[in-house]
Design a protein around this ligand. Sequence first.
Ligand SMILES: [Zn+2]
Length: 174
Amino acid sequence: MKRRHFVQGTLFSAAVIGLPVYWFNRWDYLTIHHSAGASGDLDLLRRVHRRRQARDPVDEVPYHFLVGNGKGIAAGAVVPSERWRLQIWGAHVSARNRDRNFRSIGICLIGNFQNARPGAVQYDATVALCRDLMRRFNIASDRVTLHGETPGEATLCPGKNFPRDRFFEDIRQA
Ligand SMILES: [Zn+2]
């Protein structure tokens, strides 16, 4: 009996200490999106999320961060969502792609890069945010993907005008 209690107590302590450590260190990927609208802010994207992802139990934008383009959010301003504040999962890739929604930080640039290009200020802020998160959570550059290039995903997001090659060069620079 004594040994059993010891084992149970040890398992309980490990869970109490280990779970928060795991929870805050589980971020292992970054996924880059565009909002697919010329302007936007948290309120607008919340309304879009309620309409398009009505079954999501989390009433918050699917991403962890928004990066403004000067239309709704100041150009280059980084706005964390409640998902980031609470350190919970995203809903920014397909629902079946559970691991990415769970362990990938979703970054959404306001804008539609099928039509436009990200401005320099917004682009630079995105690179700086990615490099900061990669450093903080020890995320390798091959774990940073554009939404449409993420395994299991089929979408044009973040748009054909997103400067893909330059972006991957820029985030790799130490
Ligand atoms: Zn996307």
